[in-house]
Design a protein around this ligand. Structure first.
Ligand code: 2AM
Length: 185
């Protein structure tokens, strides 16, 4: 079977995707960049690149064994990376649970041959792409909070000029070992 372009990520609740799309339209002029469609708004935990089916399967097994509680994510920061042309939404203080989850997934990915950038992990949701000109960022004061209680493995499909992200599997974030629950008498 062919390789797939994969990444682990946190998806946003539908209502938050809609709120962010409205806020983005009010905040950035049309010429600032190309908006990411609502359904594609997500926060990447670990980018895997092109992955063979066996490696994908192994990483999914490892992901299913992760035992850690959910956490609240506060989206209260925005920035612009001119070189990749990305305008993003992020958090002033990343929750420890988020950093722990990303670090574990990235370490497992690296051990299975998926290149991991040496750049420190900067959690973000890409709002605009092709944003290569200077962009006026909104003043601090915006804030959304949501509870993260699952994470997913996504495949990135490109067809007819469009990128679509497809969740292949999702796992709960819970402090109880799901295997222990299943095997309890
Ligand atoms: P971006 O939004 O900052 O571009 C699917 O492409 C997801 O994986 C996106 O969130 C994207 O981040 C991220 N991604 C794509 N290529 C990547 C790379 N080479 N290194 C790290 N993350 C990457």
């Amino acid at each position: 079977m062919a390789t797939q372009r994969l990444f682990f990520a946190i998806s946003l609740p539908d209502d938050m995707q809609q709120q962010l799309v409205r806020w983005r339209a009010d905040t950035f002029p049309a010429e600032a960049g190309t908006p990411v469609v609502a359904a594609n708004l997500h926060l990447t935990l670990a980018f895997l690149g092109e992955v063979a089916p066996e490696t994908s399967q192994r990483l999914q097994t490892l992901a299913s064994r992760i035992v850690q509680p959910g956490f609240d994510l506060d989206l209260d920061d925005a920035g612009h990376w001119p070189r990749p042309g990305v305008v993003w939404l992020g958090c002033q203080r990343a929750p420890r649970g988020l950093l722990q989850l990303a670090s574990l997934l990235r370490a497992q990915a690296a051990r299975h041959g998926c290149y991991q950038s040496p750049q420190p992990f900067h959690p973000h949701i890409t709002l605009l792409r092709q944003a290569i000109q200077p962009v006026a960022l909104p003043p601090r004061g915006f804030h959304w909070r949501f509870r993260v209680s699952t994470f997913s493995l996504f495949a990135s499909d490109y067809a007819r000029g469009r990128t679509r992200y497809r969740a292949l599997a999702s796992w709960p974030l819970t402090s109880q070992d799901p295997h222990a629950l299943l095997s309890a008498p």
